[in-house]
Design a protein around this ligand. Structure first.
Ligand code: NAP
Length: 257
């Protein structure tokens, strides 16, 4: 029996290690038969990304620091050569300086603000634009990762909250642009999960405890649950959905006081 995403190809940006949400998305998509390209942001991560990719049949690995337009161009050229076309993009990257993820938001530096937006927001638009020729006539799907800190004030999330608000607006504008070409664009708003990036947010452990006490499901979510939501958004069962934010947060986003 053939797998549901057999013959499809996907680009995954943001695998750092096995805890990365991008890795969970990779596993769910690969189990459904999608052939994947995994990128690493720098040489420090290359070895661990190559080791993880070795677990996924037919996958390829490429460098891509999203602050480098040349690396994005080289990545797209490699995808053209090796895959010939692209059905899905999973954008699971974000960056802010550690010192911007604590204390008062108004102390955010201009440089830190610009860097957070360059890596965490603009990269979605630049990659989408450059990969578009590869996605033509394929009813593709683009998925990014966001957090409720883009809608509400979450202590210490600071500049990353502003970046997530811009990312979610980008999802809507890209969805409107690309819908006529048959390409869908959505975001998953994940509840807090311990990863390399999230442990940079001051007081992260307290956030996990708060969710476990207050979310309707009285627990935190797992990487696997985010990966499966990504599979849904990249696959045919979500074919009528675009421009949306899908919450994978044990229901926390519906709660008031
Ligand atoms: P992660 O494993 O640390 O993944 C973040 C990735 O972004 C890393 O691979 C990181 O590489 C990469 N990155 C940073 N700067 C980059 C650049 N210039 N070019 C290319 N890649 C770069 O953390 P994660 O929690 O899975 O984060 C994935 C996404 O999920 C992020 O957008 C995050 O905001 C979102 N999210 C996470 C949570 C959570 O609680 N974990 C909740 C909601 C949403 P380096 O390690 O080299 O920096």
């Amino acid at each position: 029996m053939s797998l549901p995403l057999e013959g499809k190809t996907g680009l995954i940006l943001g695998v750092a290690n096995k805890r990365s949400l991008a890795w969970a998305c990779s596993q769910s998509l690969a189990e459904a038969g999608m052939r994947l390209a995994l990128t690493y942001a720098n040489e420090r991560l290359e070895k661990s990304v190559r080791e993880l990719a070795a677990e996924l049949p037919g996958s390829i690995v490429a460098p891509c620091d999203v602050t480098s337009p040349e690396q994005i161009d080289a990545l797209v050229a490699q995808l053209q050569r090796e895959f010939g076309g692209l059905d899905s993009i999973v954008h699971a990257i974000a960056f802010a300086k550690r010192e911007e993820l604590e204390g008062d938001f108004f102390n955010t530096s201009k440089e830190g603000y610009m860097l957070a937006h360059e890596v965490s927001v603009y990269s979605l638009t630049e990659i989408t634009r450059k990969a578009l020729p590869l996605m033509a006539e394929r009813e593709g799907s683009i998925v990014t990762l966001t957090y409720i800190g883009g809608e509400r004030v979450i202590k210490n999330y600071n500049v990353m909250g502003i970046a997530k608000a811009a990312l979610e607006a980008s999802v809507r504008y890209l969805a409107a642009d690309l819908g006529p070409r048959g390409i869908r664009v959505n975001a998953i708003s994940a509840g807090p999960i311990r990863t390399l990036s999230s442990s940079g947010v001051s007081g992260f452990g307290g956030m996990l405890d708060h969710i476990a006490e207050h979310a309707p499901l009285r627990r935190n979510v797992t990487q696997e649950e985010v990966g499966d939501a990504c599979l849904f958004l990249c696959g045919p069962h979500s074919r009528g959905i675009t421009g949306s934010i899908l919450y994978v947060d044990a229901g926390y986003h519906i709660m008031g006081v």
